[in-house]
Structures are given as structure tokens and as C-alpha cells.
Design a protein around this ligand. Structure first.
Ligand code: SF4
Ligand code: SF4
Length: 189
């Protein structure tokens, strides 16, 4: 049965889910390497952070966060939830104060995976002297996951893209180890 939900509640659900998933750990490494997605936004206040949290920025995932949810099988859950939220735009929203949603957001506990990915990214960034190496990697992963979504009816293309994502994410050694355990635990439940 559809539930009436407020714009503020939906933002809180998203922010809480990301915090619980430990994405702040990944953001920290990304920002240290100049990759903040808030760069240049006029709602970003020095020492305060975002002054205009909206549904759009909460729902949006960069390549790292998209990969985290893709690898843990939670990306569809995330996308399906946010697809119900009207009025998303770029760095602002036109979401009504109240609207109906059919499904709740059901996430899993993946903070240890975020921690592993953040440590891997930090190590990779230190090893590669080229400035912005991990940010380029983020963009490549992002593009591939989006392409995967766009070719749902082409299994051959899908296999090729999945292979690309595997290659791009192969340097995430700690993350891959945690991921194997995560899938093992989930298949036993
Ligand atoms: S681009 Fe991704 S990892 Fe970087 S700060 Fe934004 S959400 Fe965080
Ligand atoms: S509106 Fe979006 S891009 Fe701008 S500071 Fe807030 S979260 Fe960042």
C-alpha cells in the first residue's frame, strides 16, 4: 500500500542509509584527492558544508558509491527507492513537500566494505603520483555501471562491461576480500 512521505523524511532516510553504509569514509579519501562532487556548488558553505540538502544530491551516486552498491547487490534497491521521488534535478530539487511511495529502502550493513574500499583507495592514491588517479578511476567505473544499466537486453555487451568493471576494481584488494565474505554470509542466510 502506498505511504505518504515528506520530502524531509526521504532526505533523512537517504542520508542515514549512506551514513550507516559508511560512505563518509570513502568521501573523505575522495575529497582529500580533490574529487569532491560539491566542488563549485554555491550551496557549499565553508566550514559548514551543504546548506541546501535536497533529494537530488541525496539520491545521486558517484562512481565509488555506485560501485559499492553494485558490488553488494544493493544498487537496484537504491535506484528503485529513489525512482519514486519526484522532482529531482541538478543540485536542487522540485520535490513536493509530500508525495506517495510504494516501497521502503532496505539496505544492509556494509560499513566494513566501505572501510575496506576507502583504505584501498587511499593506498592506490598514494602509490600513483599522477594527480587525480583515483578520480579518473571513479569516472571510468561510473561510466561502465551506467552502460550496464543501458544494455539490459544485450547479454553479450553486459558480459563485456561486467568484465571491464572487474578489471577496474581489481586493485581494490581489501574490498574484494570483504566482498567475498559478504556474499558468503548472505548466501548462508
Ligand atoms: S564524488 Fe563520491 S566519494 Fe567523492 S565526495 Fe562525492 S559522493 Fe563522496
Ligand atoms: S547542493 Fe548538492 S552539490 Fe551543492 S553542496 Fe549540497 S550536496 Fe553538494
Amino acid at each position: 500500500m502506498p505511504n505518504l512521505m515528506s520530502r524531509q523524511t526521504v532526505i533523512k532516510i537517504g542520508v542515514d542509509a549512506l551514513n550507516e553504509a559508511g560512505t563518509d569514509l570513502i568521501c573523505k579519501v575522495c575529497i582529500m584527492n580533490g574529487g569532491s562532487c560539491c566542488n563549485g556548488c554555491h550551496f557549499l558553505a565553508n566550514g559548514i558544508g551543504c546548506e541546501k540538502r535536497n533529494t537530488s544530491c541525496t539520491a545521486w551516486l558517484c562512481g565509488f558509491l555506485k560501485y559499492l552498491l553494485y558490488a553488494t547487490g544493493l544498487l537496484k534497491e537504491w535506484d528503485d527507492f529513489w525512482r519514486q521521488v519526484p522532482g529531482q534535478s541538478f543540485r536542487e530539487d522540485f520535490t513536493p513537500e509530500f508525495f506517495f511511495v510504494d516501497k521502503q529502502l532496505q539496505m544492509q550493513s556494509i560499513r566494513n566494505l566501505s572501510e575496506a574500499l576507502a583504505t584501498d583507495l587511499d593506498e592506490i592514491a598514494t602509490k600513483h603520483i599522477a594527480i587525480g588517479f583515483i578520480i579518473t578511476l571513479r569516472e571510468k567505473i561510473d561510466k561502465n555501471i551506467d552502460r550496464l544499466n543501458d544494455c539490459k537486453h544485450d547479454p553479450k555487451k553486459q558480459i563485456k562491461i561486467e568484465r571491464n568493471i572487474k578489471v577496474l576494481s581489481s586493485p581494490f584488494l581489501r574490498f574484494q576480500k570483504e566482498l567475498r565474505e559478504y556474499h558468503l554470509n548472505n548466501s548462508n542466510t
